[in-house]
Design a protein around this ligand. Structure first.
Ligand code: ZN
Length: 322
C-alpha cells in the first residue's frame, strides 16, 4: 500500500506534465504567429520620462514599462523589488539614467547578463558619471541624444519599420523647439539672476537659462538624504530673508522638515517659489512637462522682479538697472 502512493503521484504528475507541455506548445505556436504579424518590442525604462520618449518614438511598435513613475515618491530612496527584476527579464531594449541616479539598474542588469538586449544609459551619451548632478533630463541637450540612440536601437530591432521610426524621431526633435525657444527667451531676460533651490533637480535647466544658482551644498545634502551643515542652513535662510535670491525652486518630490521650513520662510519673505518634480506627472509628455515648468519659472522670475523693484523703491535704495 505504502508504495502505491508515490507511484500514483508520479503518474499524475506525468499526466499533468504532458498536459502542461501540450498547452505550452500551443501557446508558443500562437506566440510565434502573433509575433510575425505585430509583436511589439518590449522596452523597460527606469524613469518614466525616458519611457515616454521611447513611446513617442516607437508608437504602436513598442510595449514600454517605466519603473519610476510616481511623482509623489523620492526616486533617490527607491529600492528595486523582484517586480522590477521581472520586468527587466523580457526587455529587449533598456533605457536608464545612470550617474548614480538609479544604481539599482546596473545591479539588476548584471544579475541577468545572458539576456539579449540593448541598453542605453543617458549619462554615457552626455559624458556624465557618478558625482555629477544626475538630473540629466533637465538639460535641454540630453533628450535629443537619448532620442537618437533609442531610435537607432528600434530601427536595428525592427528594420522593416525604419521609415516610421525616422518620421517619429524627426517629429520628436521638432517638438522640442518650443522648449529651446522658451529657454532662450528666459536667458535673454534673466541671465545672471540669482536663484536658489532645495535640491539640484532643476540645476541643468537653471544653467541653460543662465541663472546663478546658490546654496549648492545644501541641495546636495537634500538629494543625498544627509544633514546640511549649520552654516549652509544659515546661508540659505539669509538668502531668503534678505531676498538675495529672486526665486526659490522647490523640489516637491524630495521633501523633509528642513526643505519645508525653507519653503515657508520664502513665502514669509515674499520670495516667489516654483515647484518642480523629478518624475514626469501623469497626463504630461516630456515636452509639455518641461514647458509647464519653464512657464512657472518665467512667472516666478517676473514676480520676483516686481518684488525686488518694489522693495528697492520703498526703501529708497538704489534703483534696479534692468
Ligand atoms: Zn533629485
Amino acid at each position: 500500500m505504502k508504495k502505491f502512493g508515490p507511484m500514483l503521484n508520479g503518474a499524475q504528475r506525468a499526466l499533468k506534465l504532458s498536459k502542461y507541455v501540450a498547452v505550452s506548445a500551443a501557446m508558443v505556436a500562437f506566440g510565434h504567429a502573433a509575433m510575425a504579424a505585430d509583436a511589439k518590442i518590449p522596452v523597460v525604462a527606469a524613469e518614466n520620462f525616458y519611457g515616454d520618449v521611447v513611446q513617442q518614438l516607437g508608437g504602436e511598435r513598442v510595449d514600454v514599462t517605466s519603473i519610476l513613475s510616481n511623482p509623489e515618491q523620492d526616486p533617490h530612496l527607491f529600492e528595486a523589488s523582484p517586480k522590477t527584476a521581472r520586468a527587466l527579464q523580457h526587455a529587449s531594449l533598456v533605457v536608464y539614467n545612470g550617474a548614480d541616479y538609479d544604481p539599482w539598474m546596473a545591479k539588476l542588469l548584471a544579475a541577468s547578463k545572458g539576456a539579449k538586449r540593448v541598453t542605453i544609459v543617458a549619462a554615457d551619451l552626455v559624458g556624465k558619471k557618478g558625482g555629477d548632478n544626475p538630473h540629466l533630463w533637465y538639460d535641454p541637450a540630453t533628450m535629443p541624444k537619448v532620442a537618437r540612440a533609442v531610435s537607432e536601437a528600434l530601427v536595428a530591432a525592427d528594420p522593416a519599420h525604419k521609415s516610421a521610426y525616422d518620421a517619429n524621431l524627426a517629429k520628436f526633435l521638432d517638438s522640442l523647439k518650443p522648449v529651446d525657444a522658451k529657454v532662450a527667451e528666459l536667458h535673454g531676460r534673466y541671465a545672471g539672476v540669482p536663484v536658489t533651490a532645495t535640491e539640484p533637480v532643476f540645476g541643468y535647466m537653471s544653467d541653460a537659462v543662465g541663472l546663478t544658482m546658490r546654496n549648492l551644498r545644501f541641495q546636495l545634502a537634500t538629494m543625498n538624504d544627509t544633514e546640511a551643515s549649520a552654516a549652509d542652513i544659515a546661508a540659505f535662510e539669509r538668502d531668503l530673508r534678505e531676498k538675495r535670491v529672486r526665486v526659490l525652486i522647490y523640489n516637491s518630490q524630495a521633501t523633509e522638515a528642513l526643505t519645508k521650513r525653507m519653503l515657508k520662510l520664502a513665502q514669509q519673505s515674499k520670495v516667489p517659489t516654483m515647484s518642480v518634480t523629478e518624475t514626469e506627472p501623469a497626463g504630461k509628455t516630456y515636452q509639455t512637462w518641461m514647458l509647464t515648468q519653464l512657464d512657472a519659472l518665467g512667472t516666478a522670475l517676473a514676480s520676483g522682479d516686481a518684488n525686488g523693484a518694489n522693495a528697492a523703491a520703498a526703501s529708497g535704495a538704489k534703483g534696479k538697472t534692468q
